[in-house]
Design a protein around this ligand. Structure first.
Ligand SMILES: Cc1cc2nc3c(=O)[nH]c(=O)nc-3n(C[C@H](O)[C@H](O)[C@H](O)COP(=O)(O)O)c2cc1C
Ligand code: SF4
Length: 427
C-alpha cells in the first residue's frame, strides 16, 4: 500500500535548517491567515474558535499512545482556565523513549517548522502565552534543529501579533528534558519542567485540570501537534476521509525488525499490519519467516488473521489499538527467551521506583527472565509470575507498571504454561 503523505509531504524536499525553504513550499500560510484576519476582538475569538472546532470535528486523537481526543482535551483545559482564572499552558511532548519508537525524532528533524507552526497556532487558539517543547535530553540534533527553527520563526515575528489593538506575544521554550522512558508520562514530565524528579503522580487531577504550576495544561505529542497545519489546510471533511473505514486521518508508524524496508511511514488510520509489512515494507527479509508482530498500545503479539485487523484508536473486537504506532516484526529465528529478557531488563531499568509493586515487581520479573534464559527456572516460578503480574496490574501507580507486564501476559496467552515448564525440564 502506498503511503498517504500529509505530515511527511515535505520530507526530503525542504532544507530543515531553512525557514525560507519551508515558506517557499507554502509553510506558515495557515498561521499567516490566522494572524492577519482578525480585526476586532469578536473576529479574533471567532478565528480561535474555528481552529478548536476544526480539531474537534476532525476527530484528531493523541498520537502519544493513549489516543485521547485532542479537541476534547483542549476544550476541557479552556473551561478549567476560565473557571480558575489561571493561565493555560501548552506542553509538547517530545520525549519519545518507548522501545521501537522513532517517528517523533524523524518529524522534528525532517520538518521542524511544521511542528512549530502547529505549536504557534495551538498556542494562539488556546490563548496560551507560554508553551514548552519538551525534548528528550539525549536528542542533541533535534534540540539544535528546533532551537534554530524557533529563532527563525521569532525573527519573522510569528510569535507576536496585534489583535484588535492589543499586542499578544507568546513565549516558546525548548526544554531539554531528562532522558528516560518514564519522563514521557505527562505528570512525570511536568515534574521535570518544574525542576524535580519526583516521577509520575496519581490522576486525577489530570494536567488539563492542574498541570504546570498547578494551572490547566494541554500536553500533546509532537505528531499530534504536527497534524494541525495539514488538517487546517485540507479541511476537516477531507482530513477525516483520509482514514479507512470509520478511522480519521493518517498516522506515522515506526517499523523495525525483520522486514526488508524498515523506517518511518505515514499511512491512513485503519490500515492493516499485513498491508504495511508486505506492502511498503517489502515483506520479510530474505530467508526469514514471520513469527509475530509486536504492535499496538500494549505491545500485543499479533499473527495469523489478526494481521488483517485495522489499526485504529479505541481498538475493540476485530481491531488493533494503534497506540503510538510502533511495529516490531519478529521472525522465527529470534529466541523468545532473549526477547523476554530484553523487555525485562528494559522495564526494570526504566521503573522509576516510586511505587513498590512496579519497583519490586520489575526486579522479580527480571530474575525470572534470567532463569528462563539460563534454563534454571525454579519450582513455583510460574505461579509466582502470575501473582506478580496480578499485583502489578492492580496496584501500580502509573501505566508503566502495566506496560511491563503485557509482554509476559502475551507469552502466557500464546505459548501457555508448557513453555515455562519445558524450560525446567531442559535444565
Ligand atoms: C511510561 C509512559 C511514557 C510515555 N511516553 C510518552 C512520550 O514519549 N511521548 C508522548 O507524547 N507521550 C508519552 N506518553 C503519554 C503521555 O503521558 C500523554 O498521554 C501524551 O503526551 C499526551 O499527548 P497526546 O494526547 O497528543 O497523545 C507516555 C505515557 C507513559 C505512561
Ligand atoms: S508504576 Fe513504575 S514507573 Fe510508574 S510510578 Fe510506579 S515505580 Fe514508577
Amino acid at each position: 500500500m502506498e503511503e498517504t503523505k500529509i505530515i511527511t509531504k515535505l520530507w526530503g524536499k525542504i532544507d530543515p535548517f531553512s525557514i525560507e525553504s519551508y515558506l517557499g513550499r507554502g509553510g506558515y500560510r495557515q498561521l499567516l491567515n490566522f494572524l492577519k484576519n482578525p480585526k476586532t476582538k469578536k473576529e479574533t475569538d471567532k478565528a480561535r474558535h474555528e481552529i478548536i472546532e476544526a480539531v474537534e470535528k476532525s476527530d484528531l486523537r493523541g498520537r502519544g499512545g493513549a489516543g485521547f481526543s485532542t479537541g476534547e482535551k483542549w476544550k476541557l483545559a479552556l473551561e478549567e482556565s476560565k473557571k480558575s482564572k489561571k493561565p493555560l499552558y501548552l506542553v509538547v511532548n517530545g520525549n519519545e523513549s518507548q522501545p521501537g519508537s522513532f517517528k517523533d525524532r524523524f518529524l522534528l528533524k525532517k520538518n521542524p517548522h511544521l511542528v512549530l507552526e502547529g505549536i504557534i497556532l495551538a498556542a494562539y487558539a488556546l490563548g496560551s502565552k507560554q508553551a514548552f517543547i519538551y525534548l528528550n535530553g539525549n536528542f542533541k540534533e533535534e534540540i539544535a534543529i528546533m532551537k534554530q527553527a524557533l529563532e527563525a520563526a521569532r525573527e519573522h515575528h510569528f510569535l507576536e501579533n496585534e489583535f484588535s489593538g492589543t499586542k499578544e506575544k507568546i513565549k516558546i521554550k525548548i526544554f531539554p528534558g531528562v532522558a528516560g522512558y518514564i519522563y514521557g508520562e505527562e505528570t512525570a514530565l511536568l515534574n521535570v519542567l518544574e525542576g524535580n524528579l519526583e516521577g509520575p503522580e496519581s490522576k486525577p487531577p489530570f494536567p488539563f485540570q492542574k498541570g504546570y504550576q498547578e494551572a490547566p495544561t494541554v500536553i500533546n505529542n509532537v505528531e499530534t501537534i504536527a497534524n494541525l497545519v495539514p488538517l487546517l489546510e485540507i479541511g476537516t471533511a477531507k482530513y477525516r476521509s483520509l482514514g479507512k473505514g470509520s478511522a480519521s486521518g493518517t498516522k506515522l508508524f515506526s517499523v523495525s525488525g525483520s522486514v526488508k524496508n524498515p523506517g518511518v511511514f505515514e499511512f491512513p488510520l485503519g490500515i492493516t499490519l499485513r498491508e504495511i509489512i508486505y506492502g511498503t515494507c517489502g515483506g520479510m527479509e530474505k530467508g526469514k519467516k514471520l513469527a509475530f508482530v509486536q504492535a499496538g498500545e500494549t505491545g500485543n503479539f499479533i499473527s495469523g488473521e489478526k494481521l488483517d485487523y485495522p489499526l485504529v484508536y479505541g481498538g475493540g473486537a476485530g481491531k488493533i489499538s494503534v497506540g503510538s504506532g510502533n511495529i516490531l516484526v519478529v521472525d522465527k529465528n529470534v529466541v523468545l527467551e532473549d526477547l523476554i529478557l530484553s523487555w525485562a531488563q528494559f522495564y526494570q531499568r526504566e521503573s522509576c521506583g516510586k511505587c513498590t509493586p512496579c519497583r519490586e515487581g520489575t526486579y522479580q520479573l527480571l530474575k525470572i527472565a534470567e532463569r528462563l534464559k539460563n534454563r534454571n527456572l525454579l519450582e513455583g516460578d510460574f505461579d509466582n509470575l502470575e501473582a506478580i503480574l496480578e499485583v502489578m496490574e492492580k496496584t501500580s501507580l502509573c501505566p508503566l507498571g502495566n506496560f511491563a507486564i503485557q509482554p509476559w501476559r502475551e507469552v502466557i496467552n500464546v505459548y501457555k504454561k508448557d513453555f515455562f515448564l519445558e524450560k525446567r525440564r531442559e535444565k
